[in-house]
Write a protein that binds this ligand. Sequence first.
Ligand code: DX5
Ligand code: ZN
Length: 220
Amino acid sequence: MKNLIIAPSVLAADFAHLGSEVQMLQESKAQWIHIDVMDGVFVPNISFGFPVIDAIKKYTDKFLDVHLMIVQPEKYLEKFAQAGAHMITVHLEACPHIHRTIQQIKSLGCQAGVAINPGTPVHALQDILADVDLVLIMSVNPGFGGQKFISNAISKTKEVARMAKEAGNPTVFIEIDGGVSLSNAPALIEAGANALVAGSFVFNSKDPQETISQLVDLAK
Ligand code: DX5
Ligand code: ZN
């Protein structure tokens, strides 16, 4: 399989000690760092924005996987690119002109991802699959860390993997986000997921670096 990417979400970090938390991720086996931006409109919660991403960047040179849970993301894409995002993922539900938005992200020199909520059917991705670098399948309703995994993500993953091959984009990243742990990760990988976000499972564990290693080792 394509290398398995583990993307710990800093949403679950201790924000009062963000420097040392990011340093810990920098020294871990995680390949990406997942950054959850919430606007209080698209989702019922507000997380953080550009100054925090700027601060994170000072402690890591890892791939920054920015997940925008905001309405009208097109207004801010340039600022996220300048802030150092490597991947910018927008929600299909927030983008009436998803094709244009994806092209905008690419024109800024970033990789482009599209995310779908648990209630959005995978077939809605059909006509954008060939154009994206990543599909993010939400396995919780976005807005909060620490929620229970919604298992329809497994069958959705299988279907996206099949559709991606059919669309001529078999190497697309298929990322799962929400409630991911060592108990559901093997089934997700088996279904075709090749990028896993993990927030509370990593940060609430006794030894986050060891937990990250265990997730990374699932690829073996
Ligand atoms: C939820 C976010 C997730 C969240 C995952 O809206 O998109 O990235 O941080 O957290 P856990 O792994 O705790 O479900
Ligand atoms: Zn996320």
